[in-house]
Design a protein around this ligand. Structure first.
Ligand SMILES: [Zn+2]
Length: 485
């Protein structure tokens, strides 16, 4: 009561005071006018009219510039009452919403049991759902939303929604009719243009700049043959244009990376996505249309034949034992040049009793190759030497455990020896001439976008500051409004 009275006073006191002021001014004006002669009366009246017009003009200007801000704030205050909250295609404001995170080991019947759903209902839904969604796939950590109705006897669950992923959900209707259906949240694809300067790791830099760390893996794949991502230095920087899918405000995945500029050790590396036509899957090319991937040579020696294939079990001609042969033997005349099958860095170049003279090359984070039984290692080959695809690294011989002149070619993938002939090394060829012009025009727009991105070091800090500024401004406007009334 007391509060209502003070509100009433607050609301009317200013108006009463203003009315009193108007009345005083009117009385005073009349007294003043009565004392003047006609000419000064006219001049005073003209001045008064001008003054009133000026006040109205200022008032109108103030009203129109502030009108744009005020309604949104008012709407914000009453959001809960007037706006619908639609999720999963359901108006959540019709229900009391309970959130439940699936605990480790928790099963469907336990979840619904917690919300007092009848055993028969749970049993029916479990059986009915088999063709729509297997309840055994319910995963710990995922979100369940239980929609209840408030009754005199308490909360009655009406629907349970299980979020299988950030996009897919399943609705279990617990109302009078029991049914199940699957749905998908609306996904919006947005083109993002981002950049970063690395001060710790690429992964951390992405996180600090509010960019999905999944982008690090994708970039490492694209540049696998040109940049050594194990040796990224402080100060290396990047710009990326890519698609990201959002469901509401939440990122649900990365789409295509359209273009990347990666500056590593002061050198610019470009990658552009391009598909020759609808029939071909796209691939990445540098600024001149050269393929980002480099094919391995089929064999390390020209004009040779395979004398022994990679096998998990073979009879060794020297040791006379059955043993795995983790290489491919290419027989060739003594002294035939042995070629590096791809660009890389020499990791080992030495003699060992079984291998004889051999060279091992690291190509990227994934692949290494090794060449055994050389008669001689080529000049200059030592740990750290950079080699180009097709460069001579040694000569065929029969040093170590070998019966005749051949090169035992060993292919390493992620630290394991594998059969290169069975690897899916589906590396694309350089872009044929007719497609080059097409490539240039197709990538023109994204090139210009890339050039216009500036390297940013602290996106997150900037965003935080912007948010703080906005909040301060809103608080100030609100305070002003409260003061005015
Ligand atoms: Zn061999």
């Amino acid at each position: 009561m007391n509060c209502a009275l003070s509100q009433l006073l607050n609301a009317f006191a200013p108006r009463v005071i203003i009315l009193c002021c108007y009345y005083c001014a009117y009385r005073w004006l009349r007294v003043l006018l009565a004392r003047m002669n006609t000419r000064t009366q006219q001049a005073a009246l003209a001045g008064l009219v001008l003054f009133v017009v000026l006040i109205i003009a200022i008032g109108l200007h103030y009203y129109t510039t502030n009108a744009a801000q005020t309604p949104s704030l008012v709407a914000g205050n009453f959001k809960e009452e007037s706006l619908e909250d639609i999720r999963f295609g359901i108006n959540l404001s019709d229900f009391k919403v309970l959130n439940h995170v699936v605990k480790p080991g928790e099963i469907f019947s336990e979840i619904l049991g917690k919300y007092n759903v009848a055993y028969q209902t749970i049993h029916f839904l479990a059986k009915e759902s088999e063709d729509i969604f297997s309840i055994r796939k319910i995963k710990a950590g995922n979100q369940c939303t239980v929609l209840c109705e408030q009754t005199q006897n308490g909360l009655v669950p009406k629907k349970m929604i299980y979020e299988a992923s950030k996009v897919d959900f399943v609705v279990f209707n617990l109302d009078d009719s029991l049914y199940i259906y699957r749905g998908q949240n609306k996904v919006q694809r947005v083109q993002r243009e981002v950049s970063g300067v690395i001060n710790s790791s690429l992964y951390e830099t992405l996180e600090q700049n509010d960019i999905s760390p999944a982008l690090a893996v994708r970039m490492a794949e694209i540049f696998a043959w040109s940049i050594d991502f194990y040796k990224i230095q402080q100060g290396d920087k990047f710009k990326v244009v890519y698609d990201e899918d959002f469901s509401g405000d939440e990122s649900v995945g990365i789409g295509e990376i359209k273009a990347v500029l990666f500056n590593s050790g002061g050198k610019d590396y470009y990658a552009f996505y391009f598909a020759k036509d609808a029939a071909h899957e796209g691939d990445y090319y540098d600024q001149d249309g050269n393929s980002m991937k480099k094919q391995f040579l089929k064999s390390p020696v020209k004009f040779s034949h395979i004398s022994s294939k990679f096998s998990m079990k073979r009879f060794h001609p020297v040791t006379k034992r059955w043993k795995a042969h983790l290489g491919t033997d290419y027989a060739a005349p003594h002294g035939t040049p042995i070629l590096a099958t791809a660009d890389g860095v020499v990791e080992e170049a030495q003699f060992k009793s079984a291998n004889g003279n051999y060279v091992k090359i690291r190509h990227n984070g994934e692949y290494k190759t090794q060449y055994l039984h050389m008669s001689k290692i080529a000049k200059g080959m030592k740990r750290g030497t950079r080699v180009k695809q097709g460069e001579v690294i040694g000569y065929v011989g029969s040093t170590g455990l070998a019966t005749g002149p051949h090169v035992c070619y060993r292919f390493w993938k992620d630290g394991q020896q594998v059969d290169p002939l069975r690897q899916k090394l589906s590396f694309s060829d350089p872009l044929p001439a007719p497609y080059k012009k097409q490539f240039m025009s197709a990538t023109a727009a994204v090139r210009s976008t890339l050039e216009h991105i500036t390297y940013s070091e602290h996106n997150i800090a900037v965003q935080k500051q912007k948010k703080q500024d906005m909040e301060l401004l809103q608080a100030k406007v609100l305070a002003d409004i409260r003061q005015a009334f």
